[in-house]
Design a protein around this ligand. Structure first.
Ligand SMILES: [Ca+2]
Length: 467
């Protein structure tokens, strides 16, 4: 079964790429000054559902992120298909549940990367003639075949995995070479540098149709910020919170700098923008709050997968709209492809949908009647407003919540509504049976080594994966 599935995906990849290559020269010519929309994704790291002004944070001003919502659509129930970094990115860039292809844990990125038979959004757009660039934290594989420039991006400027903000690790600037390089400049701060590099790349590619993917490492640990951002928050006494505020403020500035560049280029109306966080806030580690939701990053309670989710497309999307039906990060690929005038064949079985008809009101139904999550022993299904969930921090048994009345998942209905528990359990079991087994599993800390020093190193590695 696995062999036939693999063969299917390989033939699909060859077929899709072959079709695109056959049409490449024509489409590439069309992409220059074609008027096709530019595409921009801001992907924030570990930013809880409550952590921007437009999602209720009144402590840390985020005027530039809020402006995206004011000029576009703010989704109150925006989800990611996985509750931590690498699988979330795998879902974003493929439009498929990452569990479909075994990308259930961060360990995949550490041991290999996003499976090579998976087509990324950048692959698709590059074959349509788009200029493509990834600036920021990749986290879909360190070794060369898995790096951004082998996955559809013309250029990459950023880190291959988690990193400090100063003197970043695993840093690559593909303009210079594909090799990991050391950053010796003490003033290099990833968030600021990513904004500058994005602006430079946009200037260089302003006459083309372009796709810029900007996955910040803010606000992932470690908490680090230049003094100029810390100085904006003299009244926050909790130093951890003050650092977080500075990091978010820096990221908001970066969003503002990129959007200002679009306006200067006269391209804001011709650019479809998404702003999404990769998973919920790990509140204890970084203070990132989840707006009253239960759970955190790496749990299947709402605080894990529900995130800030905004889209702006001036002149196409309504301005200042609040959209309340659930959407997912898996919807970005089909929405962006549709915006270019292209469709992804149904045979590819993407899990995301084109959001355009839902945003414009052409379709008043839910984009997703049912959503699924699997994260090791934790899992969840949301069908309509009912959610059946097994999550870290819960009872260990499936719990049933009505999210339309119980946003904080505090009143378990499992014992009073057993028929619905059974129905949702059956649906999730059927979905889970269609998913691939994890291709690499996160090793629990302390199980790899016998001597204390090696055990310590093993635990550190594992914690790095998990945070
Ligand atoms: Ca993350």
């Amino acid at each position: 079964m696995r062999l036939s599935l693999l063969a299917f995906y390989q033939s699909l990849t060859v077929g899709v790429l072959g079709f695109c290559v056959a049409n490449f020269s024509t489409k590439h010519a069309c992409a220059e000054n074609s008027g096709k929309p530019n595409l921009l994704i801001f992907y924030s790291d570990d930013q809880g559902w409550g952590e921007t002004g437009c999602y209720g944070n009144n402590q840390i001003p985020t005027p530039n992120i809020d402006a995206l919502a004011a000029n576009g659509v703010r989704f109150t129930q925006g989800y990611v298909a996985a509750t931590y970094c690498s699988p979330s990115r795998a879902g974003l860039l493929t439009g498929k549940y990452p569990t479909r292809f075994g990308h259930e844990f961060n360990a995949v990125a550490n041991k290999s990367g996003l499976r090579l038979d998976q087509v990324t959004l950048a692959n698709r757009l590059k074959e349509l003639g788009y200029a493509t660039c990834c600036v920021g934290k990749w986290h879909l594989g360190n070794s060369e075949p898995y790096r951004p420039t082998k996955r559809g991006f013309d250029e990459f400027f950023g880190t291959l995995a988690n990193t400090p903000f100063f003197h970043p690790k695993n840093f690559v600037d593909s303009r210079i070479s594909q090799d990991v390089r050391e950053i010796t400049d003490d003033n290099f701060y990833t968030t600021d540098a990513y904004a500058q590099r994005s602006i430079d790349w946009l200037e260089k590619n302003k006459d083309k149709s372009w796709f810029l993917y900007l996955p910040f490492n803010a606000q992932h640990a470690p908490l680090e910020a230049p003094q100029k951002y810390l100085d904006r928050f003299p009244d926050i006494q909790d130093q951890k919170r003050r650092l977080f505020a500075a990091m978010l403020s820096a990221q908001d500035d970066a969003v503002g700098r990129v959007m200002t560049k679009l306006r200067q280029m006269g391209q804001e109306e011709n650019t479809l923008v998404f702003y999404i966080a990769d998973n919920g806030g790990p509140t204890q580690a970084t203070t990132s709050k989840n707006g009253g939701l239960r759970g955190f990053k790496m749990t299947t309670f709402e605080g894990g997968p529900r995130v800030p989710y905004i889209s702006q497309w001036k002149g196409h999307w309504p301005a200042g709209k609040v959209y309340d039906y659930p959407v997912m990060n898996l919807d970005v690929v089909p929405t962006m492809l549709a915006a270019t005038g292209n469709k992804i064949p149904q045979s590819e079985q993407l899990d995301g949908v084109d959001l355009a008809p839902f945003i414009t009101g052409q379709n008043s139904a839910r984009p997703h009647e049912t959503m699924y999550w699997r994260f090791g022993p934790q899992w969840a299904i949301r069908h309509g407003d009912l959610k059946l969930v097994v999550s870290r921090g819960g009872s260990g048994k499936p719990e049933l919540y009505d999210l339309s009345k119980d946003l904080s998942e505090s009143s378990d209905l499992a014992t009073t509504r057993p028929e619905e528990v059974k129905k949702l359990q059956t649906m999730w079991d059927a979905w889970s049976a269609q998913q691939a087994p994890p291709s690499a599993i996160d090793a629990p800390a302390n199980q790899k080594a016998r001597n204390p020093r090696a055990r310590q190193q093993s635990a550190a590695r594992s914690n790095d994966d998990r945070t």
